[in-house]
Design a protein around this ligand. Structure first.
Ligand code: COA
Length: 152
């Protein structure tokens, strides 16, 4: 099944596209990608300005409706190497905050990088982003250090 277009969203001066993977009552599974830039080539034809590396920047998420509200889970987030530390992951999550105002977000199976990203986002957007559980008994590279926030 192909991906269905949901929306174009502009955040932090960057343009993104949201596409759905699956949608059924109470559930949406979807992706956010940076929009491909189109540049004019030497012959005036439109060519793809985005490199293959840009394709590596993507975020997958789920939204689940439940009696306690709409819960959002980022199930995967990756930024192309050459784009890292420029706020792209932050912008990807902000796309969700802008497009889905009633949803509270958290991250699935965070590692050190995405764990820190969500700690920071939870401080910036209290009530909209839940911080991961950080177990400081374990070192930064230990997979047991970060856990997904479990709702009661
Ligand atoms: C995690 C990842 C998506 C972050 O992307 P990014 O665009 O570089 O992140 P940002 O520039 O938006 O950084 C935002 C915050 O994330 C955290 N962060 C980002 N890279 C980090 C790193 N290497 N170590 C620790 N924290 C990091 C920091 O809190 C950072 O805030 P700061 O810049 O004020 O310190 C990127 O490093 C990546 O693709 N990693 C490989 C895939 C991966 O591990 N994904 C997570 C598991 S699904």
């Amino acid at each position: 099944m192909g991906r269905e277009f949901i929306a174009r969203v502009k955040v932090d001066g960057r343009r993104f596209t949201i596409t759905s993977e699956r949608e059924y009552p109470g559930h949406l599974i979807a992706f956010v990608h940076p929009r491909r830039r189109h540049d004019r080539g030497r012959l005036g034809r439109l060519i793809h300005g985005a490199s293959a590396d840009d394709d590596l920047t993507e975020m997958r998420f789920k939204i689940t409706d439940s009696p306690t509200g709409r819960h959002g889970l980022v199930t995967n987030i990756a930024v192309a190497h050459r784009k890292r530390h420029q706020g792209w992951a932050t912008s990807l999550v902000r796309v969700l905050l802008q497009r889905y105002p009633g949803v509270v977000w958290t991250v699935e199976n965070p590692n050190e990088k995405s764990g820190q990203l969500f700690v920071k986002l939870a401080n910036q957007h209290p009530g909209r982003v839940l911080p991961p559980v950080v177990n400081t008994r374990y070192a930064g590279d230990d997979p047991r250090r970060y856990g997904t926030f479990l709702r009661p």
